[in-house]
Design a protein. Structure first.
Lengths: 199, 270
């Protein structure tokens, strides 16, 4: 126990040379509210705080496990096991990078910006690589387990990978339940270009 | 600052210096070709000339020029000053980047109000450029080819580095993004846009040395302060204040990581 505390303090010495209060006051003085975006955006929840360590240093395993459990508990599954919407609409959500920036119109629907980080439809060449390729995702399986796993990943990715870089599209209200179903269809539907591979 | 803090800061600095990787090409493919078409031409040269004119222009209630502005190397010394920023300034007892310092000089020497100086420092879409952008472009040109050498001797300079690093990894907002989300790994890109890994010397050097830059897609010179503001917009954060401790700290973190590499600004970007 003592070793563990010493280790945490050592880490805190390097990372936390900047005390939390100093950080908070610097951030609050360094930003201004604009349009629909207020300074409340600068506050961290426990997960964000845990996942802000420099150089990907790993934190306390027990805390990580607790955060994963909290993330899992946050997931709201769709009613009637009805996971799949329209892949055509899902494709638009995947392509749309707007939403929640102060430059965006809050009246318009948010996008998922999936292509920023993932390859999906192989015909789309402008894809990023911060996340894995999801081309032919439907071939990974269509079982309820696979559907629930993918829904959970979209809703709150931290249920599986505590400090994943991916946004919490469901838990943070970035996408609506219907939009998530549409993205699911884009991933799973055999007719979706994600799975309908040209020779 | 306590001894243990100095040691831990030193350890952090050593770790930052050790985190180096292979050389990094910031932008690839079509933009490279497009940029190559410009050859040695960079439309920033016109902005640089404007910047020099602004420096010598009498402005504000005091109808004074910026000629006696001290950018860290003494009043009026502009050669090599940009490469030595951010740095601690005794007269204000804080660390400043080029924009914070210019903002200070405009108020002190020319008697201009913070409201006027802070109003619209960066071009909006369709603008032809601002005074701040022109001055920064000219000052960067006056440090071309000189090694990046930000101050790290004063306690406040080291505190700025530590704050900058902490901000770099600070995840917040509805998307949980930090700077590190996009700029903490090698060989990554958003869509087709290559992302420098700013935690390595090579990545930070490419990024830091090339700003300010003429942005072909926007037709204006953009500064490092603008670059950071626009990153935070995409992070879903509020508006980053020009010259604030946060932006100065981030630039200090970046400049220290890039230290030793030659300045190559104003650059030319997509």
């Amino acid at each position: 126990m003592k070793i563990k505390i010493t280790f945490v303090l050592w880490l805190a010495g390097c990372i936390g040379f900047v005390q939390a209060e100093d950080m908070s006051s610097a951030l609050n003085a360094g930003f201004k509210s604009i349009n629909q975006v207020g300074l409340d955006r600068l506050e961290q929840d426990p997960l964000q705080a845990f996942c802000s360590k420099p150089r990907e240093e790993s934190g306390d395993a027990a805390v990580a496990a607790e955060l994963r459990e909290t993330a899992m508990a946050s997931v709201v599954l769709p009613g009637n096991g009805d996971y799949l919407g329209s892949w055509e609409r899902g494709q638009q959500v995947a392509n749309n990078g707007k939403g929640l920036q102060y430059s965006d119109n809050p009246e318009e629907a948010n996008g998922g910006n999936c292509y920023a980080c993932h390859q999906l439809d192989p015909a789309e060449v402008a894809y990023g690589n911060l996340g894995p390729s999801l081309t032919n995702y439907g071939a990974r399986g269509q079982s309820d387990v696979m559907l629930q796993y993918t829904w959970t990943k979209l809703w709150n990715t931290h249920a599986y990978n505590v400090c994943s870089h991916m946004p919490r599209f469901g838990a943070q209200g970035i996408l609506t339940e219907q939009q998530l179903k549409d993205v699911m269809a884009f991933l799973f539907d055999p007719d979706s270009p994600v799975n309908n591979l040209a020779e | 600052m306590s001894g243990s803090k100095i040691i831990s800061v030193a350890a952090c600095l050593v770790a930052a210096v050790m985190l180096t990787g292979p050389a990094y090409a910031e932008e690839a493919g079509i933009f490279d070709e497009y940029r190559a078409m410009f050859g040695d031409d960079n439309p920033a040269i016109f902005v640089i000339e404007e910047g020099e004119e602004f420096w010598f222009a009498s402005q504000g209630p005091k109808q004074a020029t910026l000629e006696s502005c001290d950018l860290g190397l003494g009043p009026g010394v502009v050669d090599g000053a940009y490469a030595r920023l951010p740095r601690y300034f005794k007269d204000v007892d804080r660390v400043m980047d080029v924009e914070a310092r210019l903002r200070f000089c405009m108020q002190e020497l020319q008697g201009r109000t913070p409201e006027e100086v802070d109003d619209h420092p960066y071009s909006l879409r369709g603008d032809l450029g601002t005074e701040m952008e022109a001055l920064v472009a000219w000052l960067a040109e006056k440090s071309r080819d000189l090694p990046i050498a930000p101050g790290q001797e004063h306690d406040k300079e080291r505190e700025a580095y530590a704050l900058g690093e902490a901000v770099f990894y600070y995840r917040a907002g509805p998307h949980d993004f930090s700077c590190a989300t996009c700029h903490g790994q090698e060989g990554m890109r958003i869509r087709l846009q290559a992302l420098p890994d700013l935690t390595t010397h090579e990545g930070a050097a490419v990024a830091y040395s090339g700003w300010p830059a003429y942005r072909i897609s926007e037709g204006v010179v953009r500064t490092m302060g603008w670059r950071m503001r626009d990153c935070f917009r995409q992070q879903r954060f509020p508006l980053l204040d020009m010259g604030s401790d946060v932006t100065v700290a981030l630039q200090t973190y970046l400049a220290v990581t890039a230290a030793g590499a030659p300045m190559a600004a104003p650059g030319l970007k997509r």
